[in-house]
Design a protein around this ligand. Structure first.
Ligand code: MG
Ligand code: ZN
Length: 221
């Protein structure tokens, strides 16, 4: 076999093994794990902060922050909760299951109800790396334009729910909501689609309801 192909296959095999052990850990403690994918600037960190503001009193939340460098986002979240771990990938443009496994050792996973993983801002390769999560979620935003499902279909096919942030900008941009929804439906007909604005708070309650429902489902298992 071509050496290069073998190396790539081993990377994915190794990831699958580590994703399984993360999944076992989440299952053992009945903690819901969400892996959030988006382009840079779509509002992943803002969404996490909104989630903590709404649910932080009743749900024990831990956050794993993935970034190429800096602790900027982790610092923002630390203002609201203690259980935050920053992963600096040192240039790698996605999180893998090994990095998340190491981060989980630093969290009080046994006492968590919900772990939110903020992936590195990138719509391409994070799709190829299972982290052991319960849900892989894509967060799109109005300012990015309505063509993301057309240009980056794999992320929309493999994620559920599909989220659309920055709805407050809808009237002042060329974003065609009908087109966006139609394109998402074409490639992922069963995905839940939630629209909101983290800035104004409009629609965020639908997301909060969704998260709470999944947390309860996981607890019941
Ligand atoms: Mg962020
Ligand atoms: Zn990558």
């Amino acid at each position: 076999m071509d050496m290069k192909i073998e190396v790539i296959e081993n990377v994915f095999k190794y990831n699958r093994i580590n994703a399984e052990s993360n999944r076992e850990l989440f299952g053992k403690h009945h903690v819901l794990a969400l892996n959030i994918l988006s382009s840079p600037g779509a509002g992943k960190t803002s969404l996490i902060i909104e989630t903590i503001k709404h649910l932080g009193k009743s749900v024990n939340i831990g956050v794993i922050e993935g970034d190429v460098s800096s602790t900027y986002d982790a610092q923002k979240i630390k203002k609201y909760i203690n259980q935050v771990v920053q992963i600096n990938t040192g240039g790698t443009c996605h999180l893998n299951a090994t990095m998340v496994g190491r981060a989980l050792e630093k969290l009080d996973t046994g006492n968590m109800d919900l772990i939110i993983i903020e992936n590195v801002g990138n719509l391409i390769c994070p799709v190829g790396f299972d982290l052991g999560e319960d849900y892989r979620i894509v967060l799109s935003s109005v300012n990015e334009g309505d063509d993301k499902p057309v240009k980056y279909p794999p992320v929309f096919i493999k994620c559920n729910p599909v989220l659309l942030n920055k709805m407050d900008l809808i009237g002042i941009s060329d974003f065609d909501l009908g087109f966006f929804i139609k394109e998402v439906r074409k490639i992922n007909p069963s995905a839940e689609l939630l629209k909101f604005s983290c800035k104004t708070g409009e629609g965020v309650e639908k997301w909060i309801e969704w998260v709470l429902k999944q947390v309860k489902n996981k607890k019941g298992k």
